[in-house]
Design a protein around this ligand. Structure first.
Ligand code: CA
Length: 227
């Protein structure tokens, strides 16, 4: 996805840019409301816009209102440090699609962006995820190691996609559960181990590779080079 991030806390803006880029998104950043408004109105098209509420110059609500006034339907996710109901109502009144309170995790941000993109009818996940010679097309449920096709179940595809979307990062079992299972609260996160084991038997062991690394106390990490 092409994403515009307007955030005046440069550290947060930079970490958003790095994190979203690592998930395969193309990211443009603005550090104040004037530049943000300029890019939002004429820099795109973007697939999603992340707007901080409190900005030097026009704030997030104002930028969003101006986008909507120009007939721009790009999904907008408002970011704010405040969590009062009043702010949320403000955000939605200005035409924002969703609202996220800082601090937030990348997993939650990623899920919200995918939900926005789904609603907007654009493809959120890149059609094919790649790590070295390991490729996965989650939509087509097609996995390959080099030239060899690997049969995966829908759940295995979900777990692997979760890891491949964030190569090199430790992903917690709980986050995988939240992403892949429909009613994750009722399920023991250790079920994820079962799927990781079966994935290893399919994508690693037969090839003498080790792509899914256990990070003790943190979860699992996919080797960006495919192991
Ligand atoms: Ca701010």
């Amino acid at each position: 996805m092409r994403i515009l991030v307007v955030e005046d806390e440069e550290g947060l803006a930079e970490s958003l840019r790095r994190g979203l880029s690592a998930q395969g998104h193309w990211v443009e950043t603005a550090y104040d409301g004037h530049r943000g408004l300029e890019l939002a109105l004429s820099g795109g098209p973007y697939d999603a816009v992340l707007l901080d509420v409190m900005l030097p110059g026009p704030g997030g609500h104002e930028i969003c209102r101006r986008m909507r006034a120009h007939g721009d339907p790009t999904p907008v996710l408002m970011l704010t440090a405040k969590d009062g109901e009043h702010d949320e109502a403000d955000g939605l009144d200005s035409g924002a699609d969703d609202y996220l309170t800082k601090p937030f995790s990348f997993v939650v941000l990623g899920a919200r962006l995918r939900a926005l993109a789904r609603r907007a009818g654009t493809a959120a996940r890149p059609s094919t995820l790649q790590a070295g010679d390991l490729t996965l097309d989650p939509g087509a449920r097609r996995c390959r190691r080099g030239e060899r096709d690997i049969e995966l179940t829908a759940r295995e595809v979900g777990v692997l996609a979760c890891l491949m979307e964030q190569p090199g990062r430790a992903v917690a079992k709980r986050d995988i559960l939240d992403e892949v299972w429909d009613s994750p609260d009722a399920i023991d996160p250790n079920i994820v181990e079962v799927y990781v084991s079966s994935l290893r038997r399919k994508i690693d062991t037969p090839f003498g590779r080790r792509s899914i690394v256990t990070v003790h106390g943190a979860g699992y990490r996919l080797a960006p080079d495919g192991g």
